[in-house]
Design a protein around this ligand. Structure first.
Ligand SMILES: NC(=O)c1ccc[n+]([C@@H]2O[C@H](COP(=O)([O-])OP(=O)(O)OC[C@H]3O[C@@H](n4cnc5c(N)ncnc54)[C@H](O)[C@@H]3O)[C@@H](O)[C@H]2O)c1
Length: 262
């Protein structure tokens, strides 16, 4: 276990839960938080959590299925008890991918995406907010939405609708939790290569799309998202709530990117 008081960094002495911690962005966030001196609980499904190795010591792992309502509260209670309180939640856990054309979208796929990506995010945030209120020191809730929280794309209606919900959930939390000193903000990533070796976007068609549609001409790195999570968690961002930080290399600033002839 880390000695919290001995840690230095922008999050020294802070406690955090990161959901989706075994995923690309979640893992980078855990590692960035550790480097900044926070004490971190990593949450994810049992198998990915068992497989993942974190750079840094003292990560507490707690398995939790975001589709299991009772499990989320129990996992948060366990985390808060092990951490001795809770200052920060990063809600990164989600199902990704498309579900086909809207006309063929099944009830089961709709439910799966909404249950994990929207309801699971809500439950993790509510459990964290209650712990923060009980702690009486305020806190920071950081949701990981997507550019799909405000822009659609083909064959992803369930994902897009759930991510749109996360955007408004975050604003609603910012409004209701302000009186407790809890700030809530969303990070909206564009394409982020979570494979760690740039293979995620090496498939020629996808690589071409990213070159055309992202102003910077490349996918982002998980660390480039984690850096914003640190910023939203640290003391200096104390007047930012209900906001969105878009990290998409300029993708959503642009239309007709394919005409640039890169
Ligand atoms: N990578 C991107 O291009 C990108 C773009 C926009 C938004 N995002 C968002 O960023 C967040 C992190 O994505 P990532 O790219 O790191 O993806 P990832 O697939 O690497 O990580 C997601 C994690 O969520 C976990 N998860 C899935 N279902 C779960 C469940 N039922 N219970 C608990 N955990 C569950 C997975 O096990 C995985 O570790 C997600 O919310 C995603 O929608 C990612």
């Amino acid at each position: 276990m880390q000695d919290r008081m001995a840690q230095r960094g922008r999050l020294a002495g802070k406690t955090a839960i990161v959901t989706g911690a075994a995923g690309g962005i979640g893992r980078a966030t855990v590692e960035a938080f550790l480097r900044e001196g926070a004490q971190v609980v990593a949450m994810d499904l049992t198998a990915p959590l068992a497989r993942i190795a974190f750079e840094g010591d003292g990560v507490i792992r707690i398995a939790c299925d975001l589709a299991d309502r009772a499990a989320i509260q129990a996992a948060t209670d366990e985390a808060v008890s092990k951490l001795g309180g809770l200052d920060i939640l990063v809600a990164s856990g989600a199902l990704k991918g498309g579900t086909g054309n809207f006309i063929d979208l099944t009830d089961a796929d709709w439910d799966r995406y909404v249950d994990v990506n929207l309801t699971g995010t809500f439950l993790a945030c509510r459990a964290a907010a209650r712990a923060m209120v009980a702690g009486g020191k305020g806190g920071r809730i950081i949701t990981i939405g997507s550019v799909n929280s405000f822009l659609s794309e083909p064959e992803a209606a369930a994902y897009v609708a759930a991510k749109g919900g996360v955007a408004m959930l975050t604003r609603a939390m910012a409004v209701d939790l302000a009186k407790y000193g809890i700030l809530a903000n969303m990070i909206a990533p564009g394409p982020v290569d979570v494979t760690g070796n740039n293979t995620g976007y090496s498939e020629p068609k996808l690589a071409g799309e990213v070159r055309d549609e992202v102003a910077l001409g490349r996918p982002g790195l998980p660390q480039e998202v984690a850096t914003a999570a640190v910023f939203l968690a640290e003391a200096g961002s104390s007047f930012i709530t209900g906001s969105t930080i878009t990290i998409d290399g300029g993708m959503s600033a642009m239309i007709f990117g394919g005409m640039r002839g890169r």
